[in-house]
Design a protein around this ligand. Structure first.
Ligand code: SF4
Length: 339
């Protein structure tokens, strides 16, 4: 079985290329990845094939989204000397393993998926009623098993996907491996406790709602977006006491603001001694201070149009080396034709 040459545990994580990264992407994934790349042998994947499951009708933005995402990943500090950053579609072995896993995947296992139930069974979303969408947990399993990952960081709603990966790995190990020499390492999930940030209009943060604050946003733009953030509806006038726990601004403060300000914000809100405008200005300043170095780094990266591409090319090659080794082993274990 492939193991980490560095002797560290292997981690696989990734995200679909959605373009410029926003604060939700940072809090939900990137902030953890920055710590994990020092602790584990990390593979960070741009999941462009996964993006196709829902955007197959129009892929015109896909390449540009990869570029934007790479610029932000590098700008915030993902480090190609510490982690392997690669594009899923550049490592064709993922498609082969997806195919092989699909032979072992019971239909019921694939249908017992919350997103399938929500979108197809209950939502009646005909656009997503595709073979690819039904099988995406299988592709996800291929992504993980390809690198013999020990651990996959997940939110609560993704645990079921790792359970499916475990099921598939165990089934194949039972049929074609031995206890001493399994085909696949059975991965574990690591449950993150990242807070979920809402968009500045109080709805789920989403590019399509236009309610995101992007990491690369100029300071004035951040200030403007924070200034219209939804607050505690009970605080109509500055003299009305508020409840920070009912306010999106406070949920952002808890993530981005220096804790030394927490008591002042909470007390000031509850006894109406600070206004929302002041509270929001403090938040915007904290966000801007936090991301100014990343913005500068991004501007430098943009001046060298080939750099992100070179990083990705090297990452793809490193991922491919590992993937080729895994697939040779899998083909051998499954007694597939070999020349
Ligand atoms: S003072 Fe701050 S925490 Fe309180 S309602 Fe206004 S913006 Fe929200």
């Amino acid at each position: 079985m492939t193991s980490s040459p560095a002797g560290r545990k292997i981690l696989l994580s990734g995200s679909r290329p959605t373009g410029r990264q926003h604060l939700g992407n940072y809090v939900g994934a990137l902030a953890q990845w920055l710590d994990l790349q020092d602790e584990l042998e990390c593979f960070f994947m741009i999941a462009d094939w996964h993006a196709l499951t829902s955007t197959y009708r129009d892929t015109t933005e896909l390449r540009e989204n990869v570029r934007q995402q790479m610029l932000d990943w590098l700008a915030v500090g993902l480090d190609p000397t510490k982690a392997t950053i690669f594009a899923q579609s550049a490592v064709k072995e993922h498609a082969e393993l997806h195919l092989l896993l699909s032979m072992f995947a019971p239909l019921g296992l694939m249908e017992r998926c919350t997103s399938w139930k929500d979108n197809i069974v209950e939502g009646g979303n005909e656009m997503l009623r595709t073979y690819g969408f039904l099988g995406y947990p299988c592709l996800q399993s291929a992504d993980i098993l390809m690198y013999q990952a020990h651990v996959v960081p997940v939110g609560k709603d993704q645990v079921e996907h790792i359970e499916k990966t475990q099921d598939l790995a165990q089934k194949i190990n039972h049929l074609y491996g031995t206890e001493a020499d399994p085909v696949f390492r059975v991965p574990e999930w690591r449950l993150g406790n990242a807070p979920v940030l809402l968009g500045n209009d109080g709805r789920k943060m989403s590019k399509s709602y236009g309610n995101c604050i992007y990491l690369s946003e100029p300071a004035a733009e951040v200030e403007q977006k924070v200034s219209v953030m939804v607050t505690d509806p009970a605080r109509v006038r500055k003299t009305d006491p508020g409840d920070p726990d009912k306010c999106s601004v406070w949920s952002y403060h808890k993530v981005f603001t220096d804790p030394k300000h927490y008591d002042g914000i909470q007390e000031g809100c509850r006894n109406a001694t600070i206004g929302c405008r002041q509270c929001k200005k403090l938040l915007a300043d904290e966000i801007n201070a936090r991301f100014e170095p990343a913005r500068q780094r991004r501007a430098e990266l943009e001046r060298d149009p080939d750099h992100w591409r070179d990083v990705l090319r090297e990452g793809n090659a490193a991922a491919r080396t590992r993937a080729v080794a895994t697939m040779e082993r899998v083909r051998d274990k499954l007694h597939l034709y070999s020349e």
